[in-house]
Design a protein around this ligand. Structure first.
Ligand SMILES: Cc1cc2nc3c(=O)[nH]c(=O)nc-3n(C[C@H](O)[C@H](O)[C@H](O)COP(=O)(O)OP(=O)(O)OC[C@H]3O[C@@H](n4cnc5c(N)ncnc54)[C@H](O)[C@@H]3O)c2cc1C
Length: 266
């Protein structure tokens, strides 16, 4: 995480090993991977923007049995001692949907070009691969919020859609979601009183810029409960506007830079 104030929790399940049972390109920039397996029957689903550390295999020799149950400082240090040839890479992802009846968990991966590990791995539609998941809980703590402001780019679309799905049905407010193309827009399950604004950016725009413009034009009441995530400048810029510009207490704004755009990005 680039810059964040979200709290981290750990479910008692620890490391959960699962298999890719389905993989499908669902829109221009999103691959949906479905994970299954007996161990997922114990997954502690908390909803909202629940996220996890994802151990992604980089070769057939990848091992999951020697990973820690937690990925705090000691878990990370132990991870660093593992042989590079067999250790998976660790990235952060959000639960898009969990179906307890079939113990299946969906994850939406943004396709962001040929760079990195997790994005290109998902792009291969890796049905049959094994992965590891370590739950980190939900960052949006205001589960009974009455008035919300949520903002994210495509990497945070699963988080914002999860919060909208799990909010109290009487909640009101605004959600701003920026995506690269019109077909990346997904159905939402927002409460009737939440105005969901989809922004389709045009090719040359830096991710997050348009969403940040939309949010900085809003002046919510200081009592609002907010969530901002996605490209680092969007997450921190929205928080700055809310805290410094609108007087929203810092603790009412959960924010998280999900990734930092490469400096060479246009
Ligand atoms: C709590 C949390 C939840 C997250 N949930 C999701 C999720 O559900 N779905 C999702 O797709 N992402 C999610 N992310 C973001 C994801 O972890 C990052 O995009 C991650 O960098 C992807 O790993 P990678 O191996 O593909 O690329 P990396 O090896 O990490 O990065 C390689 C290069 O790609 C660039 N890059 C990485 N991601 C993007 C992007 N989205 N757009 C443009 N450039 C990018 C980086 O700037 C870097 O230069 C989440 C992040 C956090 C912290």
């Amino acid at each position: 995480m680039v810059s964040s104030n979200i709290a981290v929790t750990h479910a008692s399940t620890g490391l959960v090993v699962a298999d890719v049972t389905r993989a499908e390109r669902i829109s221009s920039h999103v691959i949906r991977i479905t994970l299954g397996g007996d161990a997922l029957a114990d997954w502690e689903h908390v909803g909202f923007d629940q996220w996890f550390r994802l151990a992604v295999p980089t070769s057939d020799a990848a091992r999951f049995d020697n990973l820690s149950d937690r990925f705090g400082v000691s878990g990370y240090l132990k991870y660093l001692t593992l042989p590079r040839s067999t250790r998976p890479v660790i990235r952060n992802y959000t639960v898009r949907e969990f179906r307890p009846d079939t113990a299946e968990l969906d994850v939406d991966f943004v396709i962001h070009g040929g760079v990195g590990i997790a994005g290109p791995w998902a792009e291969r539609l890796p049905v049959g691969d094994t992965v590891g998941l370590i739950d980190q809980g939900a960052g949006f703590r205001h589960k009974d919020a009455a008035d919300v402001l949520l903002v994210g780019d495509e990497s945070a679309m699963p988080a914002v859609l999860g919060i909208l799905r799990d909010l109290d049905r009487n909640a009101t407010g605004t959600a701003v979601i920026e995506v690269p193309a019109a077909d990346d827009v997904q159905p939402d399950e927002a409460p009737d009183g939440v105005d969901v604004r989809w922004i389709i950016r045009s090719g040359g725009d830096r991710p997050g810029t348009r969403a940040l413009e939309e949010v900085t034009a809003l002046v919510p009441a200081p009592t609002v409960r907010a969530f901002s995530a996605g490209e680092s400048r969007l997450a921190t810029g929205a928080r700055r506007h809310l805290v410094s510009g609108c007087g929203v207490p810092k603790e009412n704004v959960a924010f998280c830079g999900y990734y930092k755009l490469r400096p060479d990005h246009a």
